[in-house]
Design a protein around this ligand. Structure first.
Ligand code: BG6
Length: 478
């Protein structure tokens, strides 16, 4: 575990949000329990409801007890934690509340650093980020003010903007108030152990990297499948759709991790330089290429979900064939398939190698059956498998695919921490490697914007719940 971060106050905008209830408060509670938070810290919830500190503490307790009864609450431990919880009412669009917040922050002095080191966390709907940041600046809580001592940082949840233009506008607004080194654009996929391991797998082993290129690899397939629908997030999904919710961030970040060049060193910016370069190399879509490269889908029944328009054309599924136009990957297809309400819940990356030049052990077509693969299973199992052909025991020479498998659970005794544990600590400590830099956000949006434009408003194809997705998905593999 890393060194303890500096004493600080964590200010959570959207203290009543689902994200705060499911991820932020439980993670902070556990980090406090494990002794990984600073010696002195405060958590200040910010929301629109009128609540006292005591009422807020009770609400947090009740939510956590309802959601995670097994981990919580040891009432004594929670009492220690909740003594650090405070609340301020702010109407996000009204400046007055920000002055109250500023006063609360300054009055809450105690141990050194608490009132000078501030981590703002925006767990609010994406459209509110600009106004919150502008108001923070007006109330003298921005980072570029420079006269406060200590540090001020901001964590912004995805989706970061809703296209290239709004992402750029948001970058400008936040950039006026915080330096880039203090901005943490979160994509929780980058906090997953198995995602962080992609780079370690590639760059700490001598045997894979020499093969990791167009001479040896036939294709790469990335799957982010969920066997459940949009749950109660109809309003959000109607605004976002799968391309903005998953493709622009989680999926493209997986692609960048698996395809990037080795960084100059293992520093945040060297790694992020390579990811940005990779995203920049993705071939833009045109209306001609889109037909063969993109299939969008919507699950049956989506239009009857709560807060969804009865004639909605929002996609809940996308299968896309990308090409990376660089020296290493030219003409190797990267298939990404992501969707809600599919037949399984799994996230994995499958690297399929080319067949041997001569097939002694069966007809030519059998190669695809035995082709070598490296399978990086991100979740729910956390495994890496290598698939290769082996002789089936017996008199004849028949090859069968077999697997060598590494499993996190059996190889390592320590339980992994969740992405939010890790990313919250990283943000407090100022470690940016697993947060998305401004240029990468913009390159990713440019790809998605071009894709949407190329598809040209074609309605998504309906697919059956718990199926593989739309029937025509096959066409992108041809
Ligand atoms: C979120 C998306 O970012 O990631 C959700 O908004 C998706 O739609 C979720 O379900 C998946 O995250 P995880 O960690 O459960 O795979």
């Amino acid at each position: 575990m890393q060194v303890k971060p500096d004493n600080c106050t964590i200010v959570i905008f959207g203290a009543h949000s689902d994200l705060a209830a499911r991820k932020l408060f439980p993670s902070l509670y556990q980090l406090a329990l494990w002794g990984h938070l600073p010696e002195e810290f405060r958590i200040l919830g910010v929301g629109r409801a009128e609540l006292s500190h005591a009422e807020f503490r009770l609400k947090v307790y009740e939510k956590m007890a309802g959601l995670f009864p097994e981990t919580l609450p040891d009432e004594t431990a929670f009492a220690l934690f909740s003594a650090r919880l405070f609340y301020v009412r702010v109407d996000f669009t009204e400046i007055d509340g920000y002055y109250a917040l500023q006063k609360e922050l300054m009055d809450g002095a105690g141990a050194s650093g608490i009132c000078t080191n501030l981590l703002f966390y925006l767990a609010t709907p994406p459209g509110l980020a600009p106004i919150i940041v502008k108001n923070l600046a007006l109330a003298g809580l921005g980072e570029k003010d420079g006269s406060f001592g200590g540090w001020r940082k901001i964590v912004v949840e995805k989706p970061y903007g809703r296209n290239l233009q709004t992402a750029r506008e948001l970058n400008t607004i936040i950039g006026d108030v915080f330096h880039e080194e203090r901005i943490f654009r979160i994509d929780h996929y980058l906090g997953k152990e198995t995602v962080q391991n992609i780079m370690v797998f590639r760059f700490s082993n001598g045997i894979f990297e020499p093969l990791w290129n167009r001479h040896n690899i036939a294709n790469v397939t990335i799957t982010i499948a969920e066997d459940f629908g949009i749950r109660d997030r109809g309003a959000f999904y109607e605004e976002a759709g799968l391309l903005r919710d998953i493709m622009q961030n989680h999926a493209l970040q997986l692609l960048a991790s698996v395809a990037m060049e080795p960084p100059v060193d293992f520093s945040a910016d060297s790694v992020r330089d390579e990811k940005a370069k990779l995203l920049r190399s993705i071939r833009p879509f045109t209306p001609e290429s889109a037909w063969q490269s993109v299939v969008l889908g919507q699950y049956e029944g989506y239009r009857s979900e709560k807060n969804v328009a009865p004639d909605s054309t929002v996609e809940t599924f996308a299968a896309v064939k990308f090409f990376v136009d660089n020296w290493r990957w030219k003409e190797v297809p990267f298939f990404i398939k992501a969707g809600k309400n599919l037949d399984v819940t799994v996230t994995e990356i499958v690297i399929t190698f080319k067949c041997p030049p001569q097939n002694y052990f069966g007809p030519a077509e059998s190669c695809s059956y035995t082709a070598n693969q490296v399978i990086l299973r991100i979740q729910p199992e956390e495994t890496i498998a290598i698939k290769f052909g082996a002789k089936r025991p017996g008199e004849s020479v028949i090859t069968d695919p077999v697997y060598m498998k590494f499993d996190y659970k059996t190889s390592f005794a320590e339980p992994g921490v969740t992405p939010y544990h890790r990313l919250l600590l990283d943000a407090m400590a100022g470690e940016q490697m697993n947060f998305i830099r401004q240029d990468s956000v913009e390159y990713s949006w440019a790809i998605i914007d071009a894709l949407r434009e190329a598809v040209g408003g074609q309605p998504p194809e309906t697919y059956r719940v718990h199926s593989h997705g739309p029937e025509s998905v096959q066409r992108i593999y041809e």
